[in-house]
Design a protein around this ligand. Structure first.
Ligand code: BMA
Length: 330
């Protein structure tokens, strides 16, 4: 799939990647997909750490790092023990793809969990990144959950991405869409409704998914999503056997009062894999930009954190007004 018209409003940090497996003081092969928040005066990052032994997958941790400027992160000496090594009956791998959201002074962690019965989306809450209270685990298959940073109409609200096997495929090989659910307490979720179908995204011919948690602006909730396009002519890349996908980033704006309504969406991707650490690594899957963290600073600048090629963590910045201007009615 050919993509044209990428507007360069995103500025990659010149010293990208900002974190690699070399920065991890314990076993690590690839680090990616970081959730980031400002919490108690610091930037906090929780990210996925995959470990291989003798070139074979061994395990996945969630790793924790802190920063004073949102650029240079110092990784803690131990991984988070949360949901690791059998924390859940039916457990198949560690929690991964974390997203962080602060709501009323508490930090919520959304994550995916591969179990022998399918993939579940989980939500936990913490006040110190030491103790976590597990609030909910979805039915399989679901993941890429992100929480809105405040209750709306007195309910917690999340975006999520179920994997319906009997979807309407049409020209799509995998058509997975972005949904929304509400909860009075973070434990019980319902009122689920479709937000954005993958068929509405001009630069996807496969699945889409929530990327970063939404941030509030006067015009609406701004949120970054990922979009996948499959091209059978793509060369095999990375370690993954038959990887024909590319992950790009898009932006959309949701209604402040009813965030299941899309006000606008970018017609072209915000970011496509363009730099060597995004499209050509010795990692697992090349051609991946997987946005998972966002900070809206007081001066209107936005930091977007993403996993690049499922191998390293990178940062790009933009102006909030440029992102809002990219969102056009569907
Ligand atoms: C998704 C998840 C992510 C990963 C992405 C790109 O399905 O597995 O962890 O970053 O694919 O490979």
């Amino acid at each position: 799939m050919k993509i044209t018209g990428v507007t360069p409003i995103m500025k990659r940090y010149s010293e990208n990647p900002i974190l690699t497996s070399k920065d991890i003081p314990y076993a690590s092969t690839m680090v990616y997909n970081p959730g980031v928040v400002k919490f108690k005066g610091k930037y906090v990052m929780v990210f996925r750490n995959d470990c291989f032994k003798n070139k074979k997958y061994h395990h996945t941790d969630l790793a924790l790092a802190f920063s004073h400027n949102g650029i240079k992160f110092k990784v803690e000496n131990k991984p988070l023990s949360f949901m690791r090594d059998g924390g859940y009956p039916g457990f198949a791998s560690g929690a991964y793809d974390p997203r962080l959201t602060v709501i009323k002074g508490r930090c919520y962690l959304c994550f995916a969990l591969d179990t022998f019965n399918g993939i579940r989306g989980g939500i936990a809450v913490t006040d110190d990144f030491k103790k976590f209270e597990l609030l909910s685990l979805s039915l399989p298959d679901n993941r890429n959950m992100v929480l809105f940073p405040e209750k709306i109409n007195n309910r917690f609200v999340r975006l999520e991405r179920p994997f319906p096997v009997y979807g309407m495929y049409g020209k799509f090989k995998e058509k997975f869409d972005i949904w929304l659910s509400e909860s009075p307490d973070g434990r019980y979720w319902g009122e689920s409704r479709l937000v954005l179908g993958a068929d509405k995204v001009k630069f996807s011919n496969a699945k889409i998914g929530p990327g970063t948690p939404p941030v509030k602006t006067k015009k609406g909730w701004l949120t970054i999503f990922h979009a996948v396009d499959i091209d059978e002519n793509r060369k095999k890349c990375g370690w993954a056997g038959n990887w024909k996908k590319r992950y790009t980033a898009g932006v959309m704006l949701l209604d402040l009062k009813d965030p299941s309504k899309v006000i606008g969406i970018s017609k072209t991707p915000l970011m496509v894999p363009q730099l060597p650490y995004e499209y050509e690594t010795k990692g697992c899957r090349d051609n991946v930009i997987f946005p998972t963290g966002i900070i809206l600073e007081e001066d209107g600048s936005v930091k977007i954190y993403y996993g690049a090629a499922d191998t390293v963590i990178a940062l790009a910045t933009a102006d909030i007004n440029d992102l809002l201007n990219r969102c056009k009615p569907i």
